[in-house]
Write a protein that binds this ligand. Structure first.
Ligand code: PGA
Length: 262
């Protein structure tokens, strides 16, 4: 896969003025290079504002969640139809914040993945183990289960719009732990293997798998140069345009070196 991905998950950060400044700085800093797909995922209230600023720039708009129904009595929720209406092309689903702080189950996440793909959104399914699970040598088991249940019943025709983000919960944010590029590579291989068992070897080879967890401009290159690491999902450093653009630059360099090596 020559294409690299850099995705910013702003989580529950920014107010309107900050969202405007941040997205403008990212839009202005993007060149014409298209070997990296860049996506920013602001909070729901600022999707429209950020979408307007990104128009005409090589930065796609993504959401951080959706509710798996088109419309109806779901107070406080946001439908895939609404996301499309606002210009979203991507949606992050099953992020560990939602799994662990809001109690989302694999079954519920599976409904979201199905509905997002059926609506034509690019779904980014996040998977990853906790520190306790890793220490108990359960990483593979956890990834297998999250994939098996999270991807249950997907139509093979929609798989090209699906990507997976491996985000070890223990390496996210300021947890004090960092995953090594080797650990990321190993987990990506587990994910690709399981995906191959579910959907066939060809689909597994083209599956895009991102890594997320304390990625910054200093370590982005080391992750992106690992075989099987196709993209980066960034939390903290996506809130700083300079840092975020530096990671995009690392993605461009890696994409170029892949083309040269081919
Ligand atoms: P982080 O977050 O880059 O702040 O570790 C990653 C994420 O949660 O997507």
């Amino acid at each position: 896969m020559d294409q690299k991905f850099v995705i910013g998950n702003w989580k529950m950060n920014t107010i309107a003025a900050e969202a405007r400044l941040l997205s403008q700085a990212i839009a202005d800093g993007m060149g014409i290079e298209d070997s990296v797909t860049v996506v920013v995922c602001p909070p729901f209230p600022y999707l429209s504002l950020v979408g307007e600023i990104l128009k005409g720039h090589r930065v796609a708009l993504g959401a951080q969640n959706l509710y798996p129904e088109k419309k109806g009595p779901f107070t406080g929720e946001v439908s895939p139809t609404m996301l499309l209406d606002l210009g979203c092309q991507y949606v992050i689903l099953g992020h560990s914040d939602r799994r662990h702080k809001l109690g989302e189950s694999d079954t519920f996440i599976n409904q979201k993945v199905r509905v997002a793909l059926a609506a034509g959104l690019n779904a980014i399914l996040c998977v990853g183990e906790t520190l306790e699970q890793r220490k108990a040598d359960q990483t593979k088991k956890v990834l297998d289960q999250q994939l098996f249940q999270g991807l249950d019943g997907l139509s093979p025709a929609t798989l090209t719009h699906l990507s997976i983000a491996y985000e070890p919960v223990w390496a996210i944010g300021s947890s004090g732990h960092h995953a090594t590029p080797q650990q990321a590579q190993e987990a990506h291989a587990v994910i690709r293997h399981r995906f191959g068992q579910m959907f066939g070897e060809r689909s597994a080879q083209t599956l895009v798998i991102h890594y997320g967890g304390s990625v910054n401009p200093e370590n982005a290159d080391a992750f992106l140069r690992r075989p099987g690491v196709d993209g980066i999902l960034i939390g903290g450093d996506s809130l700083n345009a300079e840092q975020f653009l530096a990671i995009v630059k690392a993605g461009i360099a890696q994409a170029q070196s892949l083309v040269e090596a081919a």
